[in-house]
Design a protein around this ligand. Structure first.
Ligand SMILES: [Zn+2]
Length: 56
């Protein structure tokens, strides 16, 4: 049996966003009116936007 060296690369496609204040934006999942809603929140200034791109 031949030893096959495989590159087991972990594909982490997690994008990181930063607020204008310099804080990192974390994604939060909220349950609103029975619907799951994603919310982006800056962990520094606690500003919340619907999408991480709205911070810029
Ligand atoms: Zn901020």
């Amino acid at each position: 049996m031949a030893a096959v060296s495989k590159n087991s690369r972990t594909s982490s496609t997690t994008q990181r966003f930063f607020c204008t204040c310099g804080g990192e934006i974390k994604m939060k999942t909220l349950l609103e009116n029975g619907k799951i809603r994603n919310l982006a929140e800056c962990e520094k200034c606690k500003r919340t936007e619907r999408r991480p791109s709205d911070f810029i």
